[in-house]
Design a protein around this ligand. Sequence first.
Ligand SMILES: *Cc1c(COP(=O)(O)O)cnc(C)c1O
Length: 222
Amino acid sequence: MAIADNLHFFQQQLAGTGCRLVTVTKTHPVEKLREAYDAGARLFGENRVQEMTAKQPLLPPDVEWHLIGQLQTNKVKYIAPFVHTIQSIDSLKLLLEIEKQAAKHGRVVRGLLQFHIADEETKSGLSLAEAHEILQSEAFRALRHVRLTGVMGVATNTPDQEQLRREFRELRGYFDQIKAQYFADQPEFREISMGMSADYKLAIEEGSTLIRVGSAIFGTRQ
Ligand SMILES: *Cc1c(COP(=O)(O)O)cnc(C)c1O
């Protein structure tokens, strides 16, 4: 009941905003995912390949699986048959591996470029210069089975609203610049994935199109 109530709360918060909810299901058992599905959740986010591949066959086929955690190239093959969007793309090497594995399944996998926006060394992601380098490469332009649809970032874990706003604006600025320079003619490049349980309201105000929410729906993780 609580899960359904929490989801309905977010569905109401997002109504009319153009922002969608990624329900972050990491660490939670499949029964909880089913409860969320029955309450209308369709975009599910997991941060570990092994956990995602174990859960995916147990949920209905219309779930969109989003990988939101760091991805090693040697694990791409396990999710290539079904993953909808890899939100954590942080290298050309990873893009090339996704291309190779998605091609084997005749699929196009969507991806977001993950940017480093937090002032914490531990949070991964690209700099703007690194992103330009990828996007200007011959290898990137040859990709056919992976399609970039936007950007993603994880803000600093802080209650400082001004800092969070600055970081979300930074990501929004990266999106605008990349969109104008490389994807102006591609309406599919439109996602700005930012905002979690603690900071989703600010993220929506700053233009988020995908909030990634776990604990505010399922309670705290073990
Ligand atoms: C776990 C996780 C979330 C969700 O965090 P909550 O605070 O539980 O909402 C969002 N994004 C990423 C990348 C995560 O790893």
